[in-house]
Design a protein around this ligand. Structure first.
Ligand SMILES: [Zn+2]
Length: 155
């Protein structure tokens, strides 16, 4: 593997803390480079809770080194699974690297609490709502989806 150099993250732990504890009404400036990649950056189709923001910042920094012009159409959590959609195909021979980077981020999200960024698992509420949560955030309302007695899969 002799891929391009990744831009270093100044201080990952500090950035994660900053993002996860962000209390502003708008998205934090650290997400601006990602937001700028949406067709309408004033109304990005970005529907992800802040526990996943750090991994999205890291993801944004990776493919940017492969194709600085790539565009994003939508980033969301669907049944507690991260979905990261590119708009169109990336330029050049970088498709597989993009796909790998996105898959890695989606895999990381699948074990990261979407509220606080700590390790988490897929959980399900009694009403059938899915969320990726740590034990603290799951509380009594959610329990690990894999514990469900009925063994049903997410829709
Ligand atoms: Zn949590």
């Amino acid at each position: 593997m002799n891929g391009p150099q990744h831009r270093p993250v100044a201080d990952n732990a500090e950035l994660c803390k900053h993002l996860v504890e962000w209390g502003g009404d708008d998205l934090p400036p650290a997400l601006n480079p990602l937001v700028a990649r949406f067709r309408d950056s004033t109304r990005p189709e970005f529907y992800v809770s802040q526990g996943w923001w750090p991994l999205l910042v890291r993801l944004e920094q990776r493919p940017a080194t492969l194709d600085p012009t790539y565009r994003v159409s939508q980033v969301k959590s669907k049944f507690a699974v991260l979905q990261f959609y590119l708009e169109g195909m990336p330029r050049g021979d970088v498709g597989p690297a993009f796909a790998d980077a996105i898959r890695e981020a989606e895999a990381e999200a699948a074990r990261t609490c979407e509220l606080c960024g700590k390790p988490g698992v897929l959980c399900r509420s009694r009403e059938g709502t899915y969320a990726l949560l740590c034990a603290d955030d799951a509380g009594t309302a959610y329990r690990p989806a894999n514990d469900s007695a009925d063994g049903s899969d997410p829709p």
